[in-house]
Design a protein around this ligand. Structure first.
Ligand code: NAD
Length: 385
């Protein structure tokens, strides 16, 4: 018997050149926008001024805030909220990858609820208000433009939880592949691998639905066909467009079916060691797949077949061959960097394990091989080290 819920209330505006519609979309949400980016790259390349122009043409004022790190910090979002309050912003635009969009979401909550937000990110309290959020994605990607999540790092506690709330859905997500053309190969590879990790995890999650399974199948096939191309030639418009689509499909999938063991570990590793999100997932995905694949071998077989572009699954295909195919992709895109070469030390393991089964325990519980024990996490860390 089937039983599921499926709601992702984000208006998606997809296509080359669609950034020029941002004025009208923002006008329907507020009168003054705070544009949030990680660093000044998009100011220097003219994108922020283009957006300010589109907003101005629709009578929308704006302010600009760029003091946000990749893997955004709690206090950066709080300072952004102070700035938004002081300048009277009533809508927040996240322009960038997951970091800028997540920071924008966090600022939107902090303006509406007050700056004391950490317990809401740790899942101890329920988010109850946020300013409207517009997401403009420039990586492919984290799916944050579609998801009801925002990931924040607290450098004091070394924790990196993801808050989840319907208030964190963007009102409008603009996915303009033109904006991704400037992504350097390494960020293309790391963010592109995140798309695959989302699809693998959402597809095998115990909360997968018939909708999310379709999105995941499509996302995995697209990554198999286009990620190498997008990395080899960043000006390949078809590859950029298809990766943006896969990112959006994967975003839908995790919005509903959520992430599993690998992302739960990835957050905790990131909180303790400040790793690059996609690169750290690439190091751990093969080991987590080997850990969980026998809990649902059919699904793990499908993943590899879709990644390879097979129309029918070869009779001798196995979950192990799927993991080999994932490892081959990781090598081809230059993401075969073990945790030991990403700044992770064995002495970090205890804190990583505590975070994985502690504040990220919800992700572990979605895994097909749940329950996930501290020893399971340690084994995967060793296998990825
Ligand atoms: P990112 O946003 O940290 O960006 C990485 C770097 O690329 C930054 O320096 C950024 O300025 C630069 N950049 C972005 N777009 C560019 C472009 N078009 N051209 C040139 N440079 C560009 O990277 P990310 O992987 O997109 O985001 C990672 C963050 O997202 C992590 O904190 C991760 O935990 C989080 N995340 C959130 C969700 C969610 O649902 N909210 C899901 C997965 C991951």
């Amino acid at each position: 018997m089937m039983s599921f819920e499926n709601s992702v209330p984000v208006k998606v505006i997809f296509g080359f050149g669609k950034l020029d519609t941002i004025g009208g979309h923002t006008k329907s949400c507020g009168k003054k926008a705070l544009i949030v980016t990680t660093g000044s790259f998009f100011k220097e390349n003219g994108l922020v001024d283009r957006i300010i122009g589109y907003l101005h043409a629709e009578g929308v004022d704006s302010e600009y805030y760029y003091a946000v790190s990749p893997n955004p910090h709690l206090e950066e979002a709080q300072a952004g909220a102070d700035f938004a309050r002081k300048t009277g912003c009533d809508v927040v635009i996240g322009l960038g990858g997951g970091s800028a969009i997540d920071a924008a979401k966090c600022i939107a909550v902090a303006v509406a609820q007050g700056n004391d937000i950490w317990s809401y990110w740790m899942g101890e309290k329920t988010i109850f208000a946020a300013l409207p959020i517009i997401a403009v994605s420039t990586t492919s990607g984290t799916g944050s433009h579609i998801t009801p999540y925002s990931v924040l790092t607290n450098p004091v506690t070394n924790e990196k939880p993801g808050a989840g709330s319907p208030f964190l859905f963007a009102k409008v997500a603009i996915v303009d592949p033109e904006l991704m053309m400037t992504l350097p190969p390494k960020i293309t590879a790391a963010t592109g691998f995140d798309v695959l990790a989302h699809a693998i995890e959402a597809y095998t999650s115990i909360y997968a639905t018939p909708f999310t399974e379709l999105y995941c199948q499509k996302a995995i096939s697209i990554v198999g066909k286009y990620l190498r191309k997008a990395m080899a030639d960043g000006s390949d418009r078809e590859a950029r467009e298809m990766m943006a689509l896969a990112d959006t499909f994967s975003g839908y999938s995790i919005a509903i079916a959520n992430i599993t063991m690998c992302h739960a570990m990835g957050h905790s590793v990131g909180g303790v060691c400040n790793t690059v999100h996609g690169e750290c997932l690439a190091a751990m995905t093969p080991s987590t797949m080997r850990h969980s694949m026998n809990s649902n071998p059919e699904k793990y077989k499908n993943i590899g077949a879709w990644l390879m572009g097979y129309e029918t699954i070869p009779a001798d295909w196995t979950p192990g061959k799927t993991v080999d195919a994932v490892e081959k992709l990781i090598t081809d895109i230059g993401m075969n960097v073990p945790l030991s070469q990403q700044g992770v030390k064995r002495t970090d393991f205890d804190r990583i394990i505590a975070g994985t089964i502690g504040y990220m325990g919800g992700g572990c519980n979605n895994d097909p091989a749940a329950p996930i024990s501290a020893e399971d996490v340690r084994k995967v860390l060793e296998g990825s080290f």
